[in-house]
Write a protein that binds this ligand. Structure first.
Ligand code: NOJ
Length: 538
């Protein structure tokens, strides 16, 4: 396949949180057979790749992001044989499978960590980041853990501290140790040999720490305590994303993937300044194919804020670097809640028509909202260990709503799903929406079909904002091979009549958010309704 038509550039990635997608075994937790059972749904939806959040053996302190064996499947989800079937069945439908690779930390129950913590001189003593206490017995530096408290845990046996950037059950691996590097690259080979199409690399920017583990400076107090509590009281400059460290590591990972055909290197680069993403592409584009771009996530639903963020991102791309957009994930409140349900369809249109590879989070195609979690039912360690700040990620991880039967068809009646099903499941579910031509599901399917059919939407092509519009309207064109698409999004609650005659006399409706407009529209007096998105051709 030529480099100009690779799947990770042209396709749409669909993120599945496996615990929540489909439970085939009846234990209230989703599994791989459940995903296999729903491949028809995904094929009809029209996505190109599935990214599965971690499915590996894990004590589940962080629901799989604490891996105790990188080369097997957690029995909750199935086994390697089931995984191979999923891969084969997905491939038979031209759907790629991307796995979550968790390079920064393992579980504290990983055999590597047992060995490492046993003594100061065992062969894996240096596989994690161990340091002596300060003379006063305190931790080696001031680093904080993302999920609360300090990032160092005292170990009685070694009489030393170990570093954990997240939970204490997630000790950070020491990528400066050649044995760790070899072992973790072997993990990649293991999955690539099985036929996996790509990796989404969890917090890849955390593997690049300052070699001397210097103290982070305090953040100016005006910003302190803003979103993540104590963690936000520091500038995280030495504990992650240390320049010079990341590029060589990422290019080593990429070299392994390049030994296989058509594999994608995708990274979780949760860095809000787009200029910081450049090193992840690699100096000669020999790094990640897609360093995830989260810069739209924290924008208010405001046309000008989105325009500025999109422009800043495109401007910062290195030459040849391919863009990518994310509006939701298992770590973020659902966009139908963040932006308001009235704006969910416009958000989907934006995601699927910008220049770049989109990632769609499961159930966002239904317009699903966050689900309030009753006290006592919370599961997420972030919310539980840093309470009171609304940091819990359970609301966006609730079961997929398949139909109007008990438990929304996610698991059998009488079984308690691991997180509660939303109260609205009798209206908001796949079966109901599949039969309603005006549903968000059918709208998303139609958009995905258009995106696949029209190279101007999925390919390279020119991207340009339209200027001179009312403040709550965002419009852009994409052009390629003499075909032009025009996207007009009304972020506000007012009607507008726009004069877009500079773009031509008229344009044909490809789709609008309520799927009730057709034919040719006069560009000199283009009406756009509250919260409406229009995708036009011409
Ligand atoms: C980022 C993942 O997306 C998140 O869910 C996880 O808790 C942390 N990394 C730690 O692995």
């Amino acid at each position: 396949m030529s480099d100009s038509f690779v799947w990770w550039k042209h396709g749409v990635i669909y993120q599945i949180y496996p615990r929540s997608f489909m439970d085939s075994s009846g234990d209230g937790i989703g599994d791989l057979q459940g995903v296999i059972d729903r491949l028809d749904y995904l094929e009809q939806l029209g996505i190109d790749a599935i990214w599965l959040s971690p499915i590996f053996p894990s004590p589940m302190a962080d629901f799989g992001y604490d891996v105790s064996d990188y080369c097997d499947i957690h029995p909750l989800f199935g086994d390697l044989e089931t995984f191979d079937r999923l891969l084969a069945d997905a491939h038979a439908r031209q759907i790629k499978i991307v796995l979550d690779y968790v390079p920064n930390h393992s579980s504290d129950q990983h055999p590597w960590f047992f060995e490492s913590r046993a003594s100061r001189d065992n062969p894996k003593a240096d596989w994690y980041i161990w340091r002596d206490a300060k003379p006063d017995g305190g931790p080696p530096n001031n680093w904080l853990a993302c999920f609360g408290g300090r990032a160092w845990e005292w170990d009685e046996t070694r009489q030393q501290y170990y570093l954990h950037s997240f939970l204490k059950e997630q000790p950070d691996l020491n990528w400066q140790n050649p044995g760790v590097e070899r072992a973790m690259l072997d993990v990649i080979r293991f999955w690539m040999d099985r036929g996996v199409d790509g990796l989404r690399m969890d917090v890849i920017f955390y593997i690049a720490k300052h070699p001397d583990l210097l103290d982070n400076p305090a953040k100016p107090s005006s910003l302190a305590g803003r979103a993540m509590g104590e963690y936000d009281t520091q500038e995280h400059i030495y504990d992650l994303n240390w320049p010079g460290v990341i590029q060589p590591l990422v290019s080593k990972i990429r070299r392994v993937l390049d030994q296989y055909e058509d594999r994608a290197a995708i990274g979780e680069t949760y860095l809000m300044d787009p200029a910081l993403l450049t090193p992840y592409y690699g100096e000669k584009l020999d790094g990640l194919h897609l360093p995830f771009n989260f810069t739209l996530l924290h924008q208010p639903w405001n046309a000008q804020a989105f325009r500025a963020a999109i422009q800043r991102y495109y401007d910062a791309l290195p030459p040849g670097g391919w863009p990518t957009f994310v509006l939701g994930s298992h770590d973020e409140h659902r966009f139908a809640t963040r932006y308001g349900p009235d704006n969910a369809r416009a958000a989907i249109m934006l995601l699927l028509t910008l220049w770049g590879t989109p990632t769609l989070y499961y159930a966002d195609e239904l317009g699903m909202q966050d689900v309030p979690i009753p006290p006592g039912k919370e599961q997420d360690p972030h919310g539980l260990r840093v309470p009171g700040l609304g940091l819990g990620r359970d609301p966006e991880r609730t079961p997929m709503q398949w139909d109007a039967s008990p438990n929304a068809g996610f698991c059998p009646a009488g079984v308690e799903p691991w997180l509660p099903v939303s109260d609205d499941y009798q209206q908001v579910n796949v079966a109901a929406q599949a039969h309603d031509p005006t549903s968000t599901l059918n709208y998303t399917r139609a958009l995905l079909r258009l995106r696949r059919d029209l190279p101007v939407l999925h390919g390279e092509g020119m991207f340009a904002f339209v200027d001179g519009l009312p403040g709550d309207v965002l419009a852009y064109t994409r052009a390629r091979d003499g075909v032009r698409a025009l996207v007009v999004l009304n972020y506000g609650a007012q009607d507008h009549t726009l004069d877009l005659s500079a773009l031509g006399a008229s344009a044909a409706v490809l789709i609008n958010t309520t799927q009730d407009r057709a034919g040719s529209l006069d560009l000199a007096a283009l009406s756009v309704r509250p919260h409406e998105g229009l995708l036009l051709r011409g």
